[in-house]
Design a protein around this ligand. Sequence first.
Ligand SMILES: *Cc1c(COP(=O)(O)O)cnc(C)c1O
Length: 232
Amino acid sequence: MTDNSPSDVLDQYHAVMNELASAEAAAGRSVGAVQLVAVSKTHPASRILPLLKAGHRLFGENRVQEAEAKWPALRSAYSDLELHLIGPLQSNKVREAVALFDVIETLDRPKLAAALAAEMSRSGRRLRCLVQVNTGAEPQKAGVLPEAADAFIEDCRHRWQLPVEGLMCIPPQEADPAPHFAQLADMARRHALPMLSMGMSGDYLRAVAAGATHVRVGTAIFGHRAPVGFGL
Ligand SMILES: *Cc1c(COP(=O)(O)O)cnc(C)c1O
């Protein structure tokens, strides 16, 4: 896989879309049941534009500051694009995030829920939110712990009145992702949440089989990222 020119990006994008369609068919799911969130973090607008020109509209970024530098110009050219925040959100960045993104996938703690609720009512912008669940209970990873998730989801919806639409997870790196996907899908079903964001470049086909409605794919589309300073 080469990953330097914009035409490579487009080829890789089409390959991922084809794989997704096959996985949907193999899982007995309807065509288009799974949305591809193209994760463009660390990549410049010149590599994102080919996808926009090809009609793709759904993207993910993990840092508010980086997204602020790239996306306002792209959005003025493509006003119908949809941008998801997929990285941790600090409470002091909530105002910028609510102004810039369409979906927050990383709602994971009461302080953030309160800050989002306050900013949404102040600004009048109501963003769909996904609760991030730390299904592997990894100490270094963001996300609400599985045993606290039920109560947190209820609080987000009722106490803070946030538009919670789904769940998101990042399984532990070396683990079999299947039980993590199954656990998240089960939790979403119990709470009647329609959106299920799970699966990345290495495991998105398995996430489709497990019921994902959104897969977040970066490397398989855009190629490898510069390693320094841009961890998960
Ligand atoms: C970077 C990132 C992805 C994409 O990862 P790839 O392995 O490059 O596809 C997905 N989800 C989150 C939360 C990320 O930070």
